[in-house]
Every structure is written in structure tokens, then in C-alpha cells.
Design a protein around this ligand. Structure first.
Ligand SMILES: NC(=O)c1ccc[n+]([C@@H]2O[C@H](COP(=O)([O-])OP(=O)(O)OC[C@H]3O[C@@H](n4cnc5c(N)ncnc54)[C@H](O)[C@@H]3O)[C@@H](O)[C@H]2O)c1
Length: 395
């Protein structure tokens, strides 16, 4: 296949910027086929989205996603909108014959996620979900090491996604509204580490043995208009009244994995002192691995194959192209450091590779994979509310 692919992006804020940057840069750093064309960006505010289009180089802007989704001009619909609209936008795009790349969590509710996976199965277009952390070189390397048997049988997994922006001063953004977000830290952050752990270990989560969820801050300032800047709504005007937060601030759960490993997961936006600590530790019979996104260019490796006299954790700088580190060949000379945005650009490259009919270097999550993650999220909430274990197969 040699050609181009017209992309329509829905959403022009946080993910709107991350995805625009990815479509803009991917063809400069990777040899892609098809080549993406930044055709149309869609958001709710006409003035804002028009300005956004000009800034990022989108050819058109619109506030009418239904018209864009059915346009013959569009080949790929990229969804970066809040969770409650993923289903209707993705299903409409699939029914119109488009490929769809959707942000995580797949949806706010299990029912929406199921409908999306069913639509994907019936559609001609391909589906992708932006579990972008798979494409952080250290995480992809961890996957490769486990697949090569470096850890042997896996005994323990410890995963946590710790942020701290959700304190009482943060207003009632959509992320705190259950009917829009579906859940709080759980769907936002546990979704990422469930996907990452399954990707790295090659195992599924089969049972949630127990869970707790908690809402520490029950009321937040209602917004007066726009949602303000950045993820925590800094600078947003508030209405001088409070409304109920209807999502969790933190969810912790314990799980068993298909290979027999025991795993713990923790997601919170109230981990004072941590800002984006997306981390996992994996212990196996031959060695161990640990990763923390706050030090994203490092993977810590422990191997029992090393001489006992020098056994210890090794900090691997994963930005050495000559060492075969995933994705870094497309970037800079050894040890010139990569960032958050590179994971999206790497994923954009793999999406284009897949659409072009070739094999990406690492598995891309599709709607069926993301539905499995959504089932685990749902099982954890059931487990917390019923105070009992839940088999994911029963969800
Ligand atoms: N992969 C990641 O690391 C990551 C990080 C942050 C957010 N996300 C996910 O991305 C999605 C968007 O999050 P965000 O932080 O960018 O949100 P945001 O609030 O910053 O931006 C939402 C955008 O969607 C637009 N929008 C809302 N409803 C719409 C509609 N009906 N039609 C068209 N446009 C609409 C808004 O105008 C805005 O431009 C969520 O699903 C979130 O979970 C993923």
C-alpha cells in the first residue's frame, strides 16, 4: 500500500494536543505508509476549534462530529473526547466504514464498551485504543524481556498509578462526574496499568479477589463556564456553589493472573508527593523488573543469571538505539532522552503500519482488548461494593 489517510480528530484539549502532535510528527520521524493527512479537527466551541486547527495545521475544523464521521473524505476517526461520548462516536464511525482510534478507557460503562466491541467485530474498519504507555521504550523492553523468558515464571506483580492533582481545590470537572467519566481514578488510571501489566506479562487478569474504592472529597466547586487549563482545571471560573463528586478518588484491588501470579493495583489522584507515578514491579523465578513513568527513560532489571558477587538492580538507560531499544532508532543519538509525547507518536506509527497491512513491532490494543480491561475495571468495582471475589469471566 502506498497512499495517504485522511484523519479526523475529535477533541482539542489535552489529548487533542497530544494526538495532533503525533499526526504532525509521525511522518517526519518514521517511514509511514499510509501517510496521515490532518484533515479535520472537531470540538464543541467553534472559535476555539478554529484557532486550534490553525495552530496545529488541521485543514478544517468543525463542531458537527456527525457530519464529519459520515464524510467520504475521512479514513480514520481519532477519538479524544470525554468517556461518555466514545461509544456513539466510535460506533457511528465504524458503521460509516472508518478505522477508529479511541482514547482510554474504552468507555465510561461496561455496556458502552460491549457495544463498541460488538460494532468493531461487525465492521470492516480496524480499531485501536490509545494505551500509549505500551509504546514507552522501557515498557516495550520489559514486554520483550518477559516474552524472551528473562523472568521465568512470574510470582508477583505490583502496579500503581499515583497522581495528586485531585485535591479539594480541584473543581467539579467532567472527570468527577460519574455520568460523563464513568469512574474516577479507577477508569482513568487503573485502566492504564491493567493494560500495561497484561501487555508486559503476557497474562490476563482472571479474578479480582478483593477491592476498595473511596471518595474522599465528596463536594467540589461547580464550574461557571470553561473547564480551565490543564488536567486539574487550573484557572477555571467557578460558580460559587458546590456540587457532588460522583466518582471514586482512589481504587485498590488484588488479583490473580492467568499464569498464577498474584497482583495488586492502586490508582489514586490523592497521592501527595507523586505527580504521574505510573509504575509496576514484576518478580519472577529468574529475575525482576521495575518501571516508573516519572523516570520513563529507565528500566530497572534484576537477574539471577548474573554472577552472585555482582547481583543487584541494574538501571538500564533505554534510549540507546545501538542496543536495539524499542522505537529509539527513530529518534535521537544514544541517551538524548524521550518524553510523554513520543509514546503517542510511536503509537501513531504503529497504527499506520497496521492499517497499511504490515505487522507493528508490538501488539496494538484493539476494542476487544480494551473491553477485557473494562471487564476487569467492572469486576473490581463489583468486588469493592459486594465485598467479595469476582471472576472476570462472569462479567
Ligand atoms: N492516553 C492518555 O494518557 C490519556 C491522558 C488523558 C486523557 N485521556 C483520555 O482522553 C479522553 C479526553 O480527555 P482529555 O483530557 O483530552 O479531555 P479534555 O477535557 O481536555 O478535552 C475534551 C475535548 O473533547 C471535546 N468534546 C467534548 N464533548 C464533545 C462532543 N460531544 N463532540 C466533540 N467534541 C467534544 C471538548 O470540546 C474538548 O476539546 C478521555 O477519554 C480521557 O480518559 C487519555
Amino acid at each position: 500500500m502506498t497512499g495517504s489517510l485522511n484523519v479526523a480528530l475529535f477533541g482539542s484539549k489535552f489529548m487533542g494536543r497530544a494526538h495532533s502532535n503525533a499526526w504532525l510528527k509521525v511522518g517526519r520521524f518514521f517511514d509511514v505508509d499510509p501517510v496521515p493527512v490532518m484533515h479535520t479537527v472537531v470540538a464543541r466551541n467553534a472559535g476555539e476549534v478554529d484557532q486550534f486547527a490553525r495552530r496545529w495545521g488541521w485543514q478544517h475544523s468543525s463542531t458537527d462530529w456527525q457530519a464529519v464521521v459520515s464524510s467520504d473524505d475521512i479514513g480514520l476517526v481519532d477519538i479524544g473526547t470525554p468517556n461518555d461520548v466514545h461509544a456513539e462516536q466510535a460506533i457511528a464511525a465504524l458503521e460509516a466504514g472508518k478505522h477508529v482510534a479511541c482514547e482510554k478507557p474504552l468507555a465510561g460503562t461496561l455496556e458502552d464498551a460491549q457495544r463498541m466491541a460488538e460494532a468493531a467485530q461487525a465492521a470492516a474498519g480496524k480499531t485501536f485504543v490509545w494505551f500509549n504507555y505500551r509504546r514507552v521504550p522501557a515498557v516495550a523492553l520489559a514486554h520483550r524481556l518477559v516474552a524472551a523468558g528473562a523472568l521465568g515464571r512470574i510470582y508477583h506483580v505490583r502496579a500503581a498509578y499515583l497522581q495528586s492533582w485531585g485535591g479539594p481545590e480541584t473543581p467539579l470537572l467532567w472527570r468527577f462526574q460519574g455520568d460523563v467519566a464513568g469512574s474516577g481514578a479507577h477508569g482513568d488510571l487503573n485502566a492504564h496499568i491493567i493494560d500495561a501489566v497484561c501487555f508486559v506479562t503476557g497474562e490476563e487478569i482472571v479474578t479480582v479477589e478483593g477491592a476498595v474504592e473511596h471518595t474522599f472529597i465528596e463536594e467540589r466547586e461547580i464550574l461557571a463556564g470553561t473547564s480551565g487549563g490543564e488536567i486539574a482545571g487550573a484557572g477555571a471560573a467557578t460558580a460559587g456553589a458546590k456540587g457532588r463528586s460522583t466518582v471514586d478518588d482512589a481504587v485498590l484491588f488484588l488479583a490473580r493472573m492467568s499464569g498464577g501470579a498474584l497482583a495488586s493495583f492502586e490508582a489514586t489522584r490523592l497521592a501527595t508527593g507523586y505527580h504521574n507515578a505510573n509504575r509496576f514491579e514484576i518478580h519472577g523465578e529468574r529475575g525482576a523488573l521495575r518501571f516508573d513513568f516519572e523516570r520513563m527513560n529507565e528500566l530497572h532489571v534484576y537477574s539471577l543469571d548474573n554472577d552472585p558477587a555482582v547481583q543487584g538492580w541494574t538501571t538500564v538507560d533505554v534510549t540507546r538505539a545501538g542496543s536495539g531499544h524499542p522505537y529509539v532508532e527513530a529518534w535521537w543519538p544514544d541517551s538524548h532522552g524521550l518524553g510523554y509525547e513520543h509514546s503517542f507518536i510511536n503509537q501513531a506509527s504503529d497504527i499506520l503500519t497496521d492499517i497499511g497491512g504490515r505487522q507493528p513491532p508490538f501488539a496494538l490494543p484493539d476494542f476487544a482488548d480494551a473491553l477485557q480491561t473494562q471487564r476487569v475495571l467492572h469486576a473490581a468495582i463489583e468486588s469493592a461494593r459486594n465485598r467479595s471475589p469476582v471472576d472476570v469471566a462472569d462479567i
